[in-house]
Write a protein that binds this ligand. Sequence first.
Ligand SMILES: Nc1ncnc2c1ncn2[C@@H]1O[C@H](COP(=O)(O)OP(=O)(O)OP(=O)(O)O)[C@@H](O)[C@H]1O
Length: 349
Amino acid sequence: MSCFLSCVRFETTTDNIKPTSTESGSVSGVTCYTWDDVESLTSNFSRLIGTGGYSSIYLARVSGSINAALKVHVSSHRLYQVFRSELEILLRLQHPHIVKLLGYFDDSEESGALLLEYLPQGNLQEKLNRNSKQVLPWRNRTAIAFQVAQAIEHIHEKCSPQIVHGDIKSSNILLDKHFNSKLCDFGSAKVGFSSMVQPSKTTSTMSPRSKQVMMIGSPGYTDPHYLRTGIASKKMDMYGFGVVVLELVSGKEAVSSERGEMLVHSTASLIHEILDSNGDIGEEKVRQFLDPRLSRDGSIDLEEVKTMLRVAAFCLRSPPSLRPSASQVVQTLNKKIPSLSFLGCGKKE
Ligand SMILES: Nc1ncnc2c1ncn2[C@@H]1O[C@H](COP(=O)(O)OP(=O)(O)OP(=O)(O)O)[C@@H](O)[C@H]1O
């Protein structure tokens, strides 16, 4: 990146955070960095730890010793808006299960980077992968579901204006050294509407190709109602959450890398059976669906597996109005999953 540029500071007290020109500095514990700082924090981008559709993530060191992750957004005018939107949202969020913003770099035109707390166990998708050396124990899986539901509850119901994440998936769930989870990637999030957002006028006059670029969500996780209507709502996050719970229980990918089949399709008959019987599932079915790597764990309570499957089934329901809210999911898991208490994972926030 050529020259560096002035920093932008944000006032976080208003709904729309307005930038005001300043020098480098720190605001509410969030530091504004220069590009020289960014190069030095990442030792010239020497360790790539992740890549996404819009960004590359590098290991960084703050004060010479504390690990952090630097998310550098692809430099372009359009993607600068994605960066700004993610920055503005993260500045407003503080929750134990949402990734913490430590600082940022902003050239005010087309380049930006976010300095985030570092999550050493990477993302949940990698941890559930069959080739992962370590099998994620059942107790951690239920805790992760509970913590992600708490994070969604926070953005949906405890933030004003509320936030729809728009891309709930296992690669957007990061894990700390104890396998506690943190929701990340707010680049697709929508803020400040009562319950849903319709495509804007400009979107409705766009070519189908440009519309495709505007769509949010990821294959295997996207709410079919959103795909049909373009209307993003809190219930689309609950759909993505339902798919993540299916992944946690089965250990399977949302889209099979071998056959390209979607988990929601291969599990459709099981989901229907659960919904048609009002939540009742035979034990044999449950055992068949459970991640085979967990079957050696004799301590698994099949009632907990049933609860997780019921939650997933209800989150995948159509129409979206039939899906539970994040608070309802938090309450259900809290009540019906005794193993949560073993972990001290914080049944209460
Ligand atoms: N704070 C972090 N600590 C450790 N690893 C991280 C961190 N942030 C991101 N990563 C890694 O980088 C990956 C991509 O991050 P992220 O989803 O934020 O990027 P993106 O460009 O928004 O991706 P997407 O394609 O989902 O839009 C994550 O799945 C994770 O593996």
